[in-house]
Ligand binder design. Structure first.
Ligand code: NDP
Length: 351
């Protein structure tokens, strides 16, 4: 390892480890091809707020932090907009009496954040280091420094992995009964899963659907007894135990599901128009590499009535910290909370 020496921006760039917005002056040493560069930075080169993840939580955090003149930098991800980008009609977001499509809603939110000075990068964050402040955020080889981080990376619904699920996404296949249930008035639908979500979604769907089948792969539910009992007592719900789905079928929209009874081996086609996945969600926390406290199901833990994580200056909002409500409007609300918490934290910690 060569001794510590002064390096210029050009040299920093040349070793292949770029440090954005910053390399005013610095010191570094080399060890073979992988150089480790220690940059002494001027405060003006450290971001106030980096928002990781787009979607209603991230965009709302961006609107609020940019209106607070914090000039947030948002990493939207390569597929910006989150889960709403795969949602056609949104009828329950306040302010849109005629409804709005998910992508339109995200575009509105993005434009609103842009209007107040949010800077966007349509890139995936690849690594973060939250061990000390300023926090470090990487996109590939480029490193960003920031005083606060707002995590709004969301969660994704689990799917069975059938190609036909993709074919009929938004054409009868959904992973959110609260969002899409009302489109299935007087129709027959199926909910896949045996946990609390499946019970809750099946019960909710009985408000609209003529009949709701719960398709479960085992002979007993994982769901809490109280929620299972409520579903089982509902006359509109029929449970297909020990049953797996082989394929979703349809033409333009879903018309049925091919299912197999795993005990008898009997195969049949169940005529349904709606196919609701309720086999769990997965919070998008991989990039955090276990640096923040999570609950037993992997969701980030925030302090009660706030967006504060267990690391000061790091805030979380939206579905990555909420497996209970999972709505665009609650995500947006928590994005607002994260922005206000970050703003207040910066005020209290000015250096
Ligand atoms: P869970 O992990 O609890 O349940 C998932 C269900 O899907 C299980 O029954 C599982 O079957 C089934 N499943 C998983 N993978 C497959 C697959 N590949 N094929 C077929 N079936 C599959 O997830 P939930 O979303 O239901 O709940 C997550 C957490 O949120 C839980 O802690 C739950 O209690 C909580 N929750 C609480 C609510 C409330 O209190 N109001 C409402 C909703 C959720 P198997 O049982 O065989 O493993």
């Amino acid at each position: 390892m060569r001794p510590l020496r002064r390096v210029s921006l050009f040299q920093v760039m040349a070793v292949g480890r770029r440090v954005s917005h910053c390399a005013v002056e610095g010191y570094g040493w080399t060890s073979g091809f992988h150089e480790f560069i220690l940059i002494r930075m001027s405060q003006s080169n450290i971001e106030n707020v980096i928002i990781i993840g787009s979607g209603p939580a991230g965009y709302t955090a961006a609107i609020y932090t940019s209106r607070a003149l914090l000039k947030p930098l948002m990493f939207e991800g390569e597929e910006a907009g989150g889960q709403l980008m795969i949602t056609t009609e949104v009828e329950n977001f306040p302010g849109f009496p005629e409804g709005v499509t998910g992508p339109e809603l995200m575009e509105h939110m993005r434009k609103q954040a842009e209007r107040f000075g949010t800077r966007f990068q349509r890139k995936n964050v690849t690594k973060v280091d939250l061990k000390q402040r300023p926090f470090k955020v990487w996109v590939g080889d480029t490193m960003y420094l920031t005083k606060t981080v707002i995590i709004a990376t969301g969660a994704k619904a689990k799917y069975l992995g059938l190609p036909s699920e993709k074919t009929f996404a938004n054409k009868g296949v959904s992973a959110c009964a609260t969002c899409d249930g009302a489109f299935f008035r007087d129709m027959d639908v199926a909910v896949i899963g045996g946990g609390d979500t499946a019970m809750e979604e099946a019960t909710f769907l009985t408000r609209f659907a003529k009949k709701v089948f719960i398709i479960h792969r085992r002979d007993s539910f994982r769901a809490s007894k109280i929620m299972a009992d409520k579903a089982l007592k509902n006359p509109k719900i029929e449970v297909l135990w020990n049953t797996v789905v082989d394929e979703v079928i349809g033409d333009k929209f879903v018309t049925g599901a091919k299912i197999t009874n795993t005990v008898t081996g009997e195969k049949k086609t169940l005529p349904i128009q709606g196919f609701f996945l309720a086999i769990g969600h997965e919070p998008n926390t991989k990039v955090l590499e276990g640096q923040l406290k999570t609950d037993e199901t992997g969701y980030l833990v925030t302090k009660p009535h706030s967006s504060k994580t267990d690391i000061e200056g790091v805030f979380a909002c939206g579905d990555v910290q909420d497996h209970h409500y999972r709505q665009a409007i609650t995500a947006a609300g928590s994005g607002c909370m994260a922005a206000i918490d970050a703003e207040r934290w910066l005020e209290a910690n000015p250096s």
